[in-house]
Design a protein. Sequence first.
Length: 509
Amino acid sequence: MTWQHICTGSRLFLILLVVSSVGVMETKAKTGPVHGKVVVCYISTWAVYRPGHGAYSIDNFDPSLCTHVVYAFAGLDPELSAIKSLDPWQDLKEDYGKGGYERLTGLKRTHPHLKVSLAIGGWNEGSKNYSRMVADPMARGKFVKQVTSFIRRYNFDGLDLDWEYPTQRDGNPADRENFVLLCKELREQFQPHNLLLTSAIGAAKNVIDQAYDVRQISRYLDFLHIMCYDYHGSWDRKVGYNSPLTAPQGDALSVQYTIDYLLKLGAPAEKIVMGVPFYGRTFKTPYDGNIGDDTDGTAFQGPYTREDGFLGYNEICQILKNKTSGWTTMWDPETSQVVARSEKDVFNGLVQVVTFDNSRSIANKVKFAMDRNLAGIMVWSIDTDDFLGECEIEEDVYEDFRHLKHSGLRLPTRLHNNYPLLRTINEAMPLAIEEIKNKHHHHHDEDHDMHGHGDHGHRNYDDDDDSVEDNEIPHGSVEDRKGESNSALRKLQNPFFVAVVWCLLSLVF
Ligand SMILES: *[C@@H]1O[C@H](CO)[C@@H](O)[C@H](O)[C@H]1NC(C)=O
Ligand SMILES: *[C@@H]1O[C@H](CO)[C@@H](O)[C@H](O)[C@H]1NC(C)=O
């Protein structure tokens, strides 16, 4: 049988196939972000219990703004070595439950681009039960099998490990090695089903050093979701930045330090997904509310999230849009952080402070991530974005994209007011790539006169710094497994594709 035979016999079939596959490709392109980078959106699903306009349900989720969404959190049943729902009424359908798992994974029907994962762990789950489970090969084996069937049952595309953290918080030194084994065994079990395996990764240097064999876990994980936040908070007993992009030399608590350290330890850039916070850290101080001011460790909470020391961006922007609230803000160009503070309370003499990320912070962090060629951006968590669009749109988002401004490119206009931070991420990705390209051109033209800019003792991530090109990272296997790179070339090597083209040509001539 020759191609001619196959072709004549199945010409109509092939045409239908080509037409329908083009249709599928178009649908895929239309339902999600088109920038080709990863946008991982965590939903803290207990946000459904927040009062008033703070309540966030799966109906509020906009799947077109994320490539991946993570349902947080499921828990561990240490007796059964099994993953379990922590809120069966919200998560499951049994006993008239609300079926959250299947409502989220069901969004793939209308949004086929979307990958939906289930996260196990989180801060409140602690570390001890995970430490025990991974130390026992039998328990580990049982868990790996059970979790695979569990996530498949609800049509999830993958599992996200949120053990905070191996070796820490009543963990065991052996966790570091056992966590590698857990990843390896999960990978082996997931492979035949093409499931995604990812993990949240702590950002502090001491946690990275103790908890993770970075090179080994990178072999088995599809993506590392780096939790680049909580660098400072009320626990420090002084005012500090929640998520500073840079820090002075010798200070390891910054986004840049974390990312560059992981790259140095052998995490492949194309597997690193850099986390950004959609929340701030709060403080109360008898001083003026400057960075470094002492506090007695107390903080304050917001009306929606109701957690001491924590304010969602949606809560912060509500305060700031109230022009009679007496709050003022200050932008810090070194860290790309905002400090907002209240007037001094006349009764207790305390100033309330919150340090947080606004749209400009997020745009600058996207630029840094693109500069390092990372896979993309992760968000904790989209339920504290201004998802209802009740606040003012910030005007200075691309203030620090200097080369873009000079190129005269028109910045996009927003069609929607909701999800300002999440929209900034998607919007900033292509802009950042363009900005970086322009910077290099600019650099070749004008060369030296821009060096040294912004150097105030900070080990600066500076967009005029050529050292960013020194990050040559060994390439992993993500692209290979997903078959996304060189797709045109691959098609030419595919005999079926060649046959289809040949048939179409023979039809035309
Ligand atoms: C560990 O598991 C036990 C038994 O199920 C449970 O009582 C305990 O709360 C778990 N630990 C944490 C921190 O959740
Ligand atoms: C704005 O802030 C002032 C002062 O704190 C307060 O009295 C007022 O109720 C706030 N307005 C709104 C709309 O929240």
